[in-house]
Design a protein around this ligand. Structure first.
Ligand code: ATP
Length: 371
């Protein structure tokens, strides 16, 4: 499922040069973005980057200051929210406290005058979809947070929108329940087969659920890509640092070949090889980004001279059960982090505080960034 790679595929949502200003503040700055049918698309970014504003423009609650939004080929500029084939689920869920679960879910259909028999049938379907068949007669206060979230989801889906917009849908849930609910949400999205666009500031959540993610920064899109691409091939320091943990080494490009580059990094006190090309010219300042889990930790230098290597003293160790995190301080003070999987029960000789260790990684395990 990769419609964005198919030049024939027609985008379901087209956001074209959309800007939104509040007074002289630019909340969304000339964004263009295509989203395809059945995508689970995430808008991800720090607080205030404009993601909710963009979502609200898709829903029709805000109008773009300039630019346009097309849905299924139709310009939405003059279409009010209630006439769009779109529904929005809010973080607060906004369930009616005095109504039963069934009545909450049926609310939209009742407003539309759908006959009772049809309504009941659809409510039952929805209760099944969100696995709450036995809970129809309860009131919201008799449900857990996760169950309330599912009622809100059922209510958002009962009118069969072509697209569901979700603003921090799991924000109110605790970590464990959040993780479980992420998978339920993916399952439900697959079953109903519609496009989900979700706003979140939680990068793990976006990575888990999304077909693609737009990482936003100050009203702009920094990068749009699949979770894997964002993590393995971030296009900038901003994205590399926003998605997961990363070691960043500033350096000077000394050699640039089509299949590899060599960087001298005073920060790493080393030459670093990377098996990739770069748009930068020799002499330019660049950054090498290495994820902690791509680094091996040893008490002796690597045998293989093609491995990149920095050396320093262990100043902190974090044992997480599945992983051990080693923080090393290089001679020049630079801190570097490695995350090593705890595959064996006991190490031959556990690395400990103040050990001199060697952090090594292969030339194809890093990326070179020019901004
Ligand atoms: P959060 O995760 O905190 O919700 P966000 O990325 O969703 O952040 P938005 O809610 O889109 O951010 O807001 C983007 C910027 O626009 C913020 O600086 C916000 O203060 C501003 N903003 C949003 N709505 C309005 C408004 N109606 N009037 C004035 N400024 C607004």
């Amino acid at each position: 499922f990769e419609p964005w790679k198919d030049p024939q595929a027609k985008p379901y949502i087209r956001i074209v040069n959309v800007t939104k200003t509040f007074g002289d503040f630019v909340a969304v700055d000339n964004i263009s973005l295509d989203i395809y049918q059945r995508e689970f698309f995430s808008l991800l970014g720090p607080s205030g980057c404009g993601k909710t504003t963009l979502l609200r423009m898709l829903a029709g609650f805000e109008r773009p200051t300039s630019g346009r939004i097309e849905l299924d080929g139709v310009d939405m500029s003059a279409v009010p929210p209630y006439e769009r084939p779109v529904n929005m689920m809010f973080q607060s869920y906004a369930l009616f406290p005095h109504m039963t679960v069934e009545d909450n879910i049926a609310f939209g259909l009742r407003q539309d005058g759908v006959p009772k028999a049809e309504r009941n049938k659809r409510v039952e379907e929805m209760l099944g979809l969100v696995q709450l068949s036995k809970f129809g007669k309860r009131k919201p206060h008799q449900l857990s947070g996760g169950q309330r979230q599912r009622v809100a989801l059922a209510r958002s889906l009962i009118k069969k929108p072509k697209m569901l917009l979700l603003d921090e849908p799991l924000g109110a849930l605790d970590k464990k329940l959040r993780e479980q609910t992420q998978f339920e949400l993916m399952n439900i999205q697959e079953q109903v087969g519609i496009t989900f666009v979700i706003v979140t500031h939680d990068q793990e959540e976006a990575m888990t659920v999304s077909s693609r993610i737009a990482v936003m920064n100050h009203g702009r899109i920094a990068q749009v890509a699949t979770p894997t691409e964002l993590y393995e091939f971030p296009n900038s320091r901003y994205v590399a640092e926003f998605i997961g943990d990363v070691n960043m080494f500033e350096g000077r490009l000394t050699e640039a070949q089509p299949d590899h580059v060599l960087i001298h990094s005073a920060e790493a006190d080393a030459y670093i090889y990377v098996d990739r090309s770069t748009s930068a010219a020799p002499g330019a300042t660049v950054w090498v980004a290495v994820r902690p889990e791509k680094i091996d930790v040893g008490l002796t230098p690597p045998d293989d001279p093609t491995y990149n290597c920095v050396t320093g003293k262990v100043w902190d160790i974090g044992y997480l059960g599945n992983l051990t995190i080693y923080h090393v301080r290089l001679a020049n003070g630079k801190k570097v982090t490695a995350a090593v999987a705890n595959r064996t029960r006991l190490r031959d000789r556990p690395i400990t505080w103040d050990d001199q260790v060697y952090f090594t990684w292969m030339p194809d395990s890093a990326v070179v960034l020019v901004s």
